[in-house]
Structure formats: structure tokens, C-alpha cells
Design a protein around this ligand. Structure first.
Ligand code: LM2
Ligand code: CA
Length: 475
């Protein structure tokens, strides 16, 4: 489970490498999202005005953080991925201006929600030349008043592109998809990135999702992070690692949380292949330590890559979140996007995100508001650090477990109903199932579940659904 910020620092200090980093660079990261509400809502592509609007709902419904798409100037185009081709460090993008960004951060802060912004330290644009959305012109290795050709890596491979993904040098010094690779070891590039990052810190962000982190050497990132005007911010590093050579996710734990991509793959395989019972041993797999891992069922790349998404059949996206927000491993992010047919499709409604009360609207999916997912965020907050307890399973596609005497969840990923007597560890009484609804006054908007002698006797859970109860939603 995520630890508190203070606890995190104490824990971090026991690792010699971090202690060393601390003496050389000062405190450089918060371990796990700080505060009492750890869950991150990733509002992919939502523009600043719409996030400002949504933060009130996020704060009221238990989210502690919102992760937003990049803020910097990028190339023009309707595709979502134009955002990852940096043109300048003006805070002006298809999501809005610097003033709108500032207004969003303030609105979110007022709602008790910290803004985590996607930041790109690895590269600039990939196209040969153009003009960015804020009017800045550039060519592949020349960004007037920012960078010249001496500020980029030329790794000596064909097209300067990464050829061997097991080669550490190539991973960090060649180009990822032709994106001009910054010479992050140089003081000029570092100073430029420090100034850009400090600007976002001045605007009040709570942390960063570091794009393509695997492609920037840890030493370079430490040098940047240690010079920032605010230390102890939250960092989640995108280091895609599923085994294999070159760079591992473990290499990056001294500079923040690291995204555990093996988790994303396991979610897909467990829920798609009808074997969620294998999830019992997840925390013992030797993956990133729980308090160093950021986990999610999907992110923007994975939902376009055939992993779980809003398109998955049989409620699998919601069921996987029932697991992700109840099983004590990692700091969870809930990915929330929009409908797409083609992988390149940009966001609808001019990037202004909209939702109905518990569902999407105008092409936006609003997964963060789905009754089941919002219910599980409340479950997550209520169970806190309570231990995993009373694990049971039916067939390989049916699991149930508790969190101390605070919460209990049943997940049935199969077609048939699962009926049995479940030992919950909860006090007797009537509870609202937060997967199907919530507590409203003295009634439940969804199912009501009665615990007697600590058990749900002869209780039946239909196929493709879950039931989740906790002491925060007891009648
Ligand atoms: C990331 N993590 O490391 C992002 O999560 C991922 O979405 C980004 O790729 C990638 N790094 C670079 O920041 C996306 C998208 C790519 C797209 C790039 C740059 O998945 O397809 O590449 O952004 O916009 C596109 C074209 C590609 C072309 C490249 C350069 O798809 O064919 O390469 O632009 O022009 C020649
Ligand atoms: Ca690089």
C-alpha cells in the first residue's frame, strides 16, 4: 500500500543508493502519491478548462490526483500523439493557454486534487519541420532560441533510430520513432529542462508523469530533478519493462514511482483468458515493490494496443478495476479516455471533456465516473492499509477476498453465477454494494448485502459482475 510521504522518506533513506543520492542532490522524490487520497484519475486529452470543471467531482469522489496530457507547445494536427512532439516550452497546447492551465491547477487545488502533468524530457519533434500550435517554427534539429543541432544525440545507427532494444546506449542515445533526442547530459539541455519544469512547478503542479523515462539516463534525470525549485514532488516514470535487457524498471526506483507494465499485461491476460485466480500471487512476483509501483488497467498506449479498455467485452474493464482498487499493490491510476475507431483519432468536442453523472457523454468515456469504478475508489480509500484476508476462489475465474475487517470484494469474471457461503471478516449488518451503487441516506442505490455471523450465506453473484462492501457504506 502507498505509505505516507514522511514514512516514504524514512523508508527511502534506508536504501544506500537513495541515501547517497540524497546527500548529493537533496530529497528528489515523494514515494507514492502523498496525502490520504492516493488514487490518480488520468483524464487523457481533457483540456484545462474541462479538467478545472471536473476536479470538483474528482475531489468529492475520493480521487487525490488528476494526471493530464502534456502542457507544452507541440506540432499541429488532430491526432492525439501530436502532443508528444515538443516544439517549444510555451505552456500553450491544444488543451489551452498558460492562464487556463493555472486556472485548472487552482481549481483542482481548491477541490483537494493535485495535478500531475505529463512531461517530456527525452525529445522534441519527429517531423522534419513545421510550426507548432503556438506559432513557433522549427526544423528537426533546430528550435530557434531553444536548441541547435549540438543539443541532440546522433547515435550512429541507421536513421539515428533505436535498432537494438536490449542495448542501453541505443535506448538512451538513439531516437525513439524519429523524435529528436535531447543531449540530456549537457548542461545547456539540463538547464533548459530545469527552467521548463520549474515553470510548471510555479504554476502549482503536484507532480509529473515522465514520458519515455526509460530513454533518459537516471543520472541525467537526477541532475535535473535535484535542481528544481521544489523537491519531494510526485514522479511516476514511464519505463516499459517486461523483462529483457537494456534498461529495467528497477533502475529507476531511486527517482520516483515507476509504472509496472507487467501489471497491465497480467490484467489483460487474467481477465481475457479466464484465469483471475492467478492474481492471488501478484504481490509475490518480485516485481517493483508495492510502494514504488504505479499500476493501471490501461493507459493511452495500451488501450490502443489491444489490452483491456472500454471496448473489452463482459464488463472486463470494470471488473479489472474492482481488482486493481481493492488488491493491495501499487499506487493505482484510473485511465479515462474517449471513444475511438482509429488509433490516431484525436479527442472529441474540441478536447473539452464532458460526462453524465455516472457515464460518458459526447464521445468521452468518463471511466473515472462509472458507478463501479467510483465505488471502488471509495472502497480503496476506506480500506487503507488493512491486510489482505479471507482469500477464496471458485473456479479459476472467480475470486473473493477481504481487507482486514473493513472491506470485502467478490469478482466473478465467468459466465455462470457463483454461489457459496463467503466468510467476509466484516461486522454483521447491511451494506451497500459499491460496485452496483452507493449508500444514499438510509438506503442503497444498488444492491444491499447482509452479513450475518460474518458471512454471506448461500450468496450468489451473477456472471460478469462483482460485489464490493465496506464499512464506509454500511446501513
Ligand atoms: C511515450 N512514452 O514513452 C508515449 O506514451 C507515447 O504515446 C509516445 O508515442 C512516445 N512515448 C513518444 O513520446 C506517441 C505515438 C507515436 C507517435 C509519437 C510522437 O504512440 O505513434 O509517433 O507519440 O507523436 C508519430 C508517428 C510515427 C512517427 C513519429 C515522428 O506515429 O510513425 O515516427 O510520430 O514523426 C516516424
Ligand atoms: Ca534519450
Amino acid at each position: 500500500m502507498p505509505s505516507t510521504f514522511l514514512h516514504s522518506l524514512l523508508a527511502a533513506a534506508s536504501f544506500s543508493s537513495v541515501a547517497l543520492a540524497a546527500s548529493a542532490y537533496g530529497v528528489i522524490q515523494a514515494r507514492s502519491t502523498p496525502g490520504s487520497k492516493h488514487v490518480i484519475a488520468n483524464l487523457f486529452q481533457w483540456n484545462w478548462d474541462s479538467v478545472a470543471n471536473e476536479c470538483a467531482w474528482l475531489g468529492k469522489n475520493g480521487y487525490g490526483f488528476v494526471q493530464v496530457s502534456p502542457a507544452n507547445e507541440h506540432i499541429q494536427g488532430s491526432q492525439w500523439w501530436t502532443d508528444y512532439q515538443v516544439v517549444s516550452y510555451k505552456i500553450q497546447s491544444k488543451r489551452g493557454s498558460e492562464a487556463q492551465f493555472k486556472n485548472m491547477v487552482n481549481a483542482c487545488q481548491t477541490a483537494g486534487v493535485g495535478v500531475i502533468v505529463d512531461i517530456i524530457w527525452n525529445h522534441m519533434a519527429g517531423i522534419d519541420s513545421g510550426t507548432g500550435v503556438a506559432g513557433s517554427s522549427f526544423t528537426h534539429y533546430n528550435y530557434p532560441n531553444i536548441y541547435t543541432q549540438d543539443d541532440f544525440h546522433y547515435c550512429g545507427q541507421p536513421g539515428n533510430d533505436i535498432q537494438n532494444w536490449s542495448d542501453t546506449f541505443q535506448l538512451q542515445n538513439c531516437e525513439l520513432a524519429n523524435l529528436a533526442d535531447l543531449k540530456t547530459e549537457s548542461s545547456k539541455v539540463r538547464t533548459t529542462l530545469i527552467n521548463h519544469t520549474n515553470k510548471l512547478i510555479d504554476l502549482g503542479v503536484a507532480g509529473f508523469r515522465v514520458d519515455a523515462s526509460k530513454h533518459v539516463a537516471v543520472a541525467d534525470q537526477k541532475a535535473i530533478m535535484s535542481k528544481l525549485k521544489k523537491q519531494g514532488l510526485y514522479y511516476t516514470h514511464e519505463v516499459v519493462y517486461e523483462g529483457g535487457g537494456g534498461v529495467t524498471s528497477y533502475d529507476y526506483t531511486s527517482i520516483g514511482d515507476v509504472q509496472e507494465f507487467r501489471y497491465v499485461t497480467l490484467m489483460r491476460d487474467a481477465f481475457n483468458n479466464g484465469n483471475i485466480a492467478q492474481l492471488q500471487g501478484l504481490k509475490d512476483k518480485g516485481w517493483l515493490a508495492s510502494n514504488k509501483a504505479n499500476v493501471f488497467v490501461a493507459n493511452h498506449d495500451r488501450e490502443r494496443g489491444g489490452y483491456l479498455s472500454y471496448k473489452s467485452p463482459s464488463n472486463r474493464y470494470a471488473l479489472a478495476h474492482a481488482f486493481s482498487l481493492s488488491y493491495p499493490y501499487g499506487t493505482p491510476t484510473v485511465f479515462s479516455g474517449y471513444s475511438f475507431n482509429n488509433n490516431d483519432d484525436g479527442a472529441p468536442t474540441g478536447n473539452y471533456g464532458t460526462c453524465n453523472s455516472n457515464s460518458g457523454a459526447n464521445g468521452w468515456q468518463c471511466q473515472h465516473r462509472w458507478t463501479s469504478i467510483a465505488g471502488m475508489v471509495a472502497f480503496y480509500n476506506k480500506v487503507g492499509t488493512a491486510a489482505l484476508a479471507n482469500w477464496t476462489q471458485g473456479n479459476n475465474n472467480q475470486i473473493a477476498y477481504g481487507r482486514g475487517n473493513v472491506g470485502y470484494v467478490i469478482i466473478n469474471n465467468g459466465d455462470a453465477a457463483w454461489a457459496k457461503t463467503f466468510t467476509t471478516g466484516l461486522a454483521d449488518g447491511k451494506y451497500c454494494d459499491v460496485y452496483s451503487g452507493k449508500k444514499s441516506g438510509t438506503t442503497c442505490t444498488g444492491k444491499t448485502v447482509t452479513v450475518k455471523s460474518g458471512k454471506l450465506t448461500g450468496y450468489s453473484v451473477p456472471g460478469h459482475t462483482a460485489v464490493a462492501i465496506h464499512t464506509g457504506a454500511k446501513l
